[in-house]
Write a protein that binds this ligand. Structure first.
Ligand SMILES: CC(C)(COP(=O)(O)OP(=O)(O)OC[C@H]1O[C@@H](n2cnc3c(N)ncnc32)[C@H](O)[C@@H]1OP(=O)(O)O)[C@@H](O)C(=O)NCCC(=O)NCCS
Length: 159
């Protein structure tokens, strides 16, 4: 059975290997180590099957106009290449989004493919009032609480 659980001390090396395999480089795994060191991780969740970590996702506070206004940044999300297309990322993401909502965060931002993230309720962030510089992948947002203002300045997300 696939179990989604919070990262535990000692999971770091296994997560590192998984993230390097999924992304094909070490930069993203290095980001996770630095966020851990800085204590900037809000949600770090793994998907475990028979004791092995198959997937991982991380959420940390997004800075909007340099301020933490209660939004999380989802980055990264990874599944072992040979375990992809089995719903592992979807399962982890649904659990993590529920946790973020229950923890009273205002919403989640991610730079990613709308085709994948739309099924969880993400929209183009511009539709919700965010305005961010154009990037290779669009900025997407899922709001748990309505945005009561237009955010038209710099959004800084750990990447
Ligand atoms: C993206 C990723 C986490 C998805 O993991 P997964 O466990 O395969 O996802 P799920 O099985 O829950 O969902 C798979 C579905 O998502 C969609 N999907 C996955 N990646 C996609 C992408 N890059 N663009 C569009 N749709 C995508 C497909 O519709 C796929 O359906 P299929 O299995 O019928 O082809 C995984 O492919 C991965 O680790 N990729 C490398 C790291 C990465 O790019 N992370 C995302 C950065 S935003």
């Amino acid at each position: 059975m696939l179990i989604c659980r919070t990262e535990r001390p000692g999971d770091g090396e296994e997560i590192d290997e998984l993230v390097c395999a999924a992304y094909g480089h070490e930069r993203t795994a290095d980001l996770i180590w630095s966020l851990r060191e800085q204590g900037d991780i809000t949600i770090s969740q793994v998907a475990e099957y028979e004791g092995a970590i198959m997937g991982h996702l991380l959420m940390s506070p997004a800075l909007i106009n340099g301020e933490d206004i209660g939004w999380l940044s989802l980055n990264p999300i990874s599944v072992w290449p040979e375990c992809q297309h089995q719903g592992i990322a979807s399962t982890m993401l649904r659990e993590a989004l529920n946790s973020a909502n229950e923890l009273d965060w205002a919403g989640v931002l991610v730079q990613g493919e709308l085709a994948f993230f739309a099924r969880f309720g993400f929209k183009l962030a511009s539709e919700l009032g965010f305005s961010a510089p154009a990037t290779e992948l669009p900025l997407l947002a899922l709001a748990f609480k309505p945005l009561s203002f237009r955010v038209s300045a710099e959004i800084s997300m750990p990447r």
